[in-house]
Design a protein around this ligand. Structure first.
Ligand SMILES: Cc1cc2nc3c(=O)[nH]c(=O)nc-3n(C[C@H](O)[C@H](O)[C@H](O)COP(=O)(O)OP(=O)(O)OC[C@H]3O[C@@H](n4cnc5c(N)ncnc54)[C@H](O)[C@@H]3O)c2cc1C
Length: 427
């Protein structure tokens, strides 16, 4: 049995970021990760706001050595490819890093986890957390199981759940709440040799609006492209999101079909449930949640890694204070919970808006008046509502979306509007 200051469950971006930061403060920290890296993970498009975080972690030179493609913009495009709108990060309202990376998550997550070990964290892979107990008076006890089936017990002052969608702690405590209206399914694969843009636009993510959801087309290094469809689970109407389903939908979406027309599929078709959720608490006595363990928002704006890493930075500071003061009750962590909620709520509102036809129409026809387009660009870069100027403009954007419902402010995307209307009609 070993005693640590902090035990982290899960070595994804949120867990490894937190571990690096605590280890650099000379805290004893252990990360238990159930898989052996590199392992497949979805979530390949990163946001510019993550780049200063990589820099602060000291991992940027390892990521920026040419192994990942640079992403300078996000484009929204209709399924037939006839209408496109490109949001260039350098034109955002909040100055900052003008680009991000498109990454193979197996490789990216491994770099981050190895970096945590180099910083001094004890990283144990193929070590699944199977039980834990957090008691304010006594501390935390965690039982891990290795590949040989043997179990070991470790203790700590605090436990951080960074177990991603497994959300171990919220599941056990019954804290997880699904977001009604964001019960989606994702089906995806990788292609080699897909068509891509030239020059600085090569790494653009394309978000393709279709009647029953949206596609991502994410160019990766090595001439690979990740292609995935996200749509409401109920729109499957009994169909299985398998290879046939995926290929049929590729064939019926001209923009995607043309992109991959001369490409070879180089990965199996995978499907995942993509239900957004939040935990009713992000902290308790001796425990904190970071990343997807605390909240998962639909991936349309590629916010997952950014939110997880931002939470890890905030949580690390909060834990450092708690360890110094030796105060581990929930009240000590409430400021962390409030800040995370605000950030998650900003993007949840934006995502919910996206699943209305009027939002898609405004995103395809952004107004340059009052800096609205620049504010949306900054939101897409991951800045959240950092300034009053951003708060006002994001509120105005949502107000325009509501107005556009009854009073057409911009041209209609007729087909998508009809599809949404039939979906929400009583059956
Ligand atoms: C369809 C889809 C598309 C997405 N696209 C994007 C995107 O383009 N950009 C983006 O930023 N985000 C995207 N995301 C979200 C992104 O994948 C997550 O937000 C991100 O990975 C969260 O990081 P994390 O560290 O919290 O969790 P994870 O990366 O999931 O890491 C959690 C780790 O915990 C480990 N673990 C789980 N249980 C245990 C246990 N009992 N013991 C030990 N270890 C355990 C897991 O093996 C895993 O390695 C997407 C998500 C989906 C579903």
């Amino acid at each position: 049995m070993t005693h640590f200051d902090v035990i982290v469950i899960g070595g994804g971006p949120a867990g490894s970021t937190l571990a690096t930061l605590l280890a650099r403060k000379s805290r004893s920290v252990a990360v238990f990760e159930k898989e052996r890296f590199p392992r497949f993970h979805i979530g390949e498009s990163l946001l510019p706001c993550s780049v200063p975080l990589f820099d602060a972690l000291g991992v940027l030179p390892k990521l920026d050595d040419g192994r990942f493609l640079r992403k300078h913009a996000a484009e929204f495009v209709t399924g037939d490819g006839s209408l496109r709108q490109r949001y260039v990060f350098a034109e955002g309202m909040i100055p900052g890093t003008p680009s991000a990376f498109e990454v193979d998550r197996g490789e990216f997550d491994q770099v981050l986890l190895e970096h945590a070990a180099e910083a001094g964290a004890r990283v144990e892979q193929e070590m699944q957390v199977v039980r834990f107990d957090c008691q304010l008076a006594r501390g935390v006890e965690v039982v891990v199981r290795g590949p040989d089936g043997a179990e070991r017990t470790h203790t700590a002052e605090c436990l951080v759940d960074a177990s991603g969608q497994s959300a171990l702690l919220p599941s056990r405590l019954g804290l997880r709440r699904m977001e009604p209206g964001l019960r989606n399914v994702a089906v995806f694969s990788h292609f080699e040799g897909a068509e891509r843009y030239a020059g600085l636009a090569e790494g653009d993510i394309s978000i393709v609006l279709v009647n029953d959801g949206w596609w991502w087309v994410i160019p990766l290094a090595g001439n690979r492209t990740s292609v995935g469809l996200v749509g409401p689970a109920k729109a499957l109407r009994g169909a299985k999101p398998n290879e046939d389903f995926f290929l049929e939908h590729v064939a019926s979406t001209p923009f995607v079909r043309d992109k991959v027309a001369r490409a070879t599929r180089v990965a199996p078709v995978r499907a995942l449930s993509d239900w957004s959720y939040k935990s009713t608490a992000l902290a308790g006595d001796r425990w904190l949640l970071v990343g997807d363990a605390g909240a998962f928002i639909d991936p349309v704006f590629s916010t997952g890694v950014q939110l997880g890493m931002t939470a890890a930075f905030d949580a690390a500071e909060c834990l450092e204070g708690a360890l110094s003061e030796r105060r581990f009750e929930r009240a000590r962590f409430i400021p962390y919970e409030r800040r995370m909620r605000r950030m998650v709520d900003t993007y949840t509102d934006f995502v919910k808006g996206f699943y209305t036809p009027e939002f898609g129409e405004l995103i395809m026809h952004p107004s340059d008046a009052l800096g609205l387009r620049a504010a949306v660009t900054s939101l897409l870069a991951g800045h959240g509502k950092k300034t009053l100027g951003m708060q006002l403009r994001v509120a105005l954007f949502h107000a325009l979306v509501r107005m556009n419902r009854s009073l057409p402010l911009v041209p209609r995307l007729a087909e998508r509007r009809a599809a949404f209307a039939s979906r929400s009609a009583p059956s």
